[in-house]
Design a binder for this molecule. Structure first.
Ligand code: DLZ
Length: 214
């Protein structure tokens, strides 16, 4: 008997993810389960929150231990690219204004300001990430490896989010056996219930956190 709703309750907000750029960093360890989780996250962002498929950027890494490093490096690269682009566009506008003023053609200057700069249109596809989802599956073995990696990944992902100011969603399952992992990716073998795909919750969390404001 269910006494309360376990799991994620909807935010109740009408969240529009159509302007968001999301990075998914996923492992190649435990690929079958990870792939299902990635698909769950993507489907939710696209179908429920209108995130444009071309604004979901994918990056794979070997294992869960690599997730925090990759997330941090790719966030920094996207921020750097975006500030370079802004600097180039503003320098271009400056130079254009100087040229126009030198010709002392006020009409031409006004027209140039109104027409969009072609370089500015590409800003979204190269813009900084609004949120990152780190997806991996750790399965306990017979050594202490599982405990060490779980600890490092959890601390690492938390730190990347706080240090960069970009929300980083913790999409890492820490499972005691294969069956637990399959069930949490909607791939369970029970004919009555294949289990809930947690990737769907991570997609929703990424959109909500990317749009977080008072
Ligand atoms: C080494 C290892 C082990 C034993 N188990 C997993 C696992 O269950 N899930 C996973 O994503 N990665 C595992 N790895 C690989 C480490 O995360 C990492 O890729 C290597 O230690 C290299 O740094």
């Amino acid at each position: 008997m269910t006494i309360f709703h376990k799991g994620l309750t909807a935010s109740g907000k009408n969240l529009d993810g159509s302007s968001l750029r999301i990075l998914i960093v996923r492992t190649r360890w435990n690929d079958k389960v990870v792939e299902a989780l990635v698909q769950g996250a993507k489907d939710t962002m696209v179908n429920q929150y209108h995130v444009a498929p071309q604004n979901i950027v994918m990056q794979s890494v070997p294992g869960a231990y690599e997730l925090p490093f990759a997330a941090q490096r790719l966030i920094q690269q996207s921020q750097q690219r975006s500030s370079n682009l802004i600097a180039n566009v503003s320098e271009g506008v400056h130079n254009l204004m100087d040229d126009l003023m030198a010709e002392s053609s006020e009409k031409a200057a006004a027209e140039a300001v109104q027409s969009p700069n072609p370089a500015a249109g590409s800003a979204k596809s190269n813009g900084p990430f609004d949120a990152v989802i780190c997806i991996g599956v750790l399965i306990k073995g017979s050594t202490m490896h599982f405990e060490y990696i779980c600890e490092a990944v959890t601390q690492g992902i938390t730190r990347v989010g706080l240090d960069t100011g970009v929300p980083v969603i913790f999409g890492v399952l820490a499972c005691l056996d294969d069956q637990q992992a399959l069930e949490r990716a909607g791939l369970g073998t029970n004919p009555n219930s294949k289990g809930h795909n947690h990737g769907e919750d991570w997609g929703a969390a990424a959109v909500e956190m990317a749009l977080l404001k008072l």
